[in-house]
Design a binder for this molecule. Structure first.
Ligand code: NAP
Length: 350
């Protein structure tokens, strides 16, 4: 049976995302399962990987991008126990998710509750697990604590906002004004970082400083975010979008890292700072990763979580999704619906 997948032949812009077809399904090896992918996630990180600028990916093209996926077990390889065809599963391979079928290490895939909406379920992997681990493992927050979330209407940002509210936190979020209703709907207080001084506004709203800031904007912004903290507060950096957008240079980012991971520790102000990365967090503690994904999937099944799915699009439209990500046009996340009728016709964006 033929199946479709996305491949990049070289690093570059959205136009390098090509829809391809294989004549027959991949056969799972010993200890592997074949998965029918129902939904693949998209996000800013996928665009950095496509550009060839993501330090966590050493592979050279051609390869299939796609940080995370949700699907069902389709076939068991020899020696696989504890999984059955039809079982809902998910994983975060960092690359490889933009496909209709794949083979994965059975010991690594995460069994999920049955009956979930695939587009919502895939949000529990990269965005929600990143957010949950930063809120609960990187920080020690109590109900009633105050947090500031940057890029708060994005995929990870909206997950931080929803989970923060669920954990009983007061949440302030920076976003462009067209996305403020989304933040209000989650019970967060929006800050328009384009027209307001977010440091002054955060200090005013919090009455002197927040307990944690989650900042993926970049090195220059981390210095401003640090000023938003009260004594005892923590800044968690977890990305550098402005390096990718060209708004800051590599030396500026490296200077930001020098302060975030070193210099600020010498200031006797009671504040702390760290950098979080989901890939290294999983490598260090896969059990914790699985436990956190499991918790989030259960909460989704129980109706406690409402991930923002901006749009559900077929695999073949992924180039347009990457263009929308670059123009900050997305609220929450776009999910690729992988089972459908995609016909390869060269470059996806053509
Ligand atoms: N370390 C980790 O483990 C980890 C895990 C997942 C993702 N990430 C990183 O997290 C970042 C966000 O990923 P994502 O997929 O959530 O992105 P996304 O959904 O594409 O959201 C990004 C949003 O950020 C907003 N933004 C841009 N500049 C901003 C600024 N100066 N201040 C505040 N908001 C700004 C834009 O919305 P507006 O319209 O509001 O400007 C944009 O839509 C990326 O850098 C990604 O690589 C890191």
């Amino acid at each position: 049976m033929p199946y479709s997948y996305i491949e990049i032949a070289s690093f570059g812009g959205p136009e390098v995302l090509q829809l391809k077809q294989e004549k027959s399904l991949p056969e799972p090896g010993r200890g592997e399962v074949r998965v029918k992918v129902l939904a693949a996630g998209t996000g800013f990180t996928d665009t950095i990987i496509r550009d060839g600028d993501y330090p966590g990916v050493k592979e050279k093209p051609p390869f299939t991008p796609g940080y995370d996926w949700f699907g069902v077990v389709d076939k068991l390889g020899v020696g696989v126990q504890g999984l059955e065809p039809g079982q809902a599963v998910a994983d975060m391979p960092v690359i490889g998710g933009y496909t209709q079928y794949l083979c994965a290490d059975a010991a690594r895939v995460i069994p999920c509750p049955q009956g979930l909406d695939p587009a919502q379920a895939v949000c529990m992997i990269l965005p929600y697990t990143t957010a949950y681990q930063m809120l609960t493992r990187e920080c020690q927050l109590q109900r009633g604590d105050r947090i500031l979330v940057h890029a708060a209407a994005g995929a990870v940002g909206s997950a931080l906002v929803e989970l923060g509210r669920l954990l009983g936190l007061e949440v302030y979020g920076t976003a462009s004004s067209g996305k403020h209703d989304l933040l209000r709907a989650f019970g967060a207080i929006p800050i328009d970082y384009r027209s307001e001084d977010f440091v002054a506004r955060t200090l005013e709203l919090s009455g002197g400083g927040v307990d944690a800031v989650f900042d993926t904007v970049g090195g220059k912004n981390w210095a401003h975010s640090y000023r938003c903290l009260r004594r005892g507060g923590k800044l968690v950096g977890f990305g550098s979008m402005q390096l990718s957008t060209g708004e800051e240079s590599l030396p500026q980012l490296l200077w930001g890292f020098a302060k975030l991971l070193g210099l600020w520790k010498f200031i006797p102000d009671g504040k702390s700072s760290s950098f979080y990365n989901i890939q290294s967090s999983r490598e260090k503690n896969n059990e914790a990763f699985n436990k956190d994904v499991h918790t989030l999937m259960q909460w989704l099944r129980d109706g406690k979580l409402h991930p923002v799915v901006d749009e559900r699009v077929p695999l073949g439209q992924v180039a347009d999704v990457h263009r929308r990500i670059a123009s900050a046009d997305i609220k929450g996340r776009v999910a690729l619906i992988c089972q459908g009728q995609d016909t390869p016709r060269g470059a996806v964006g053509e």
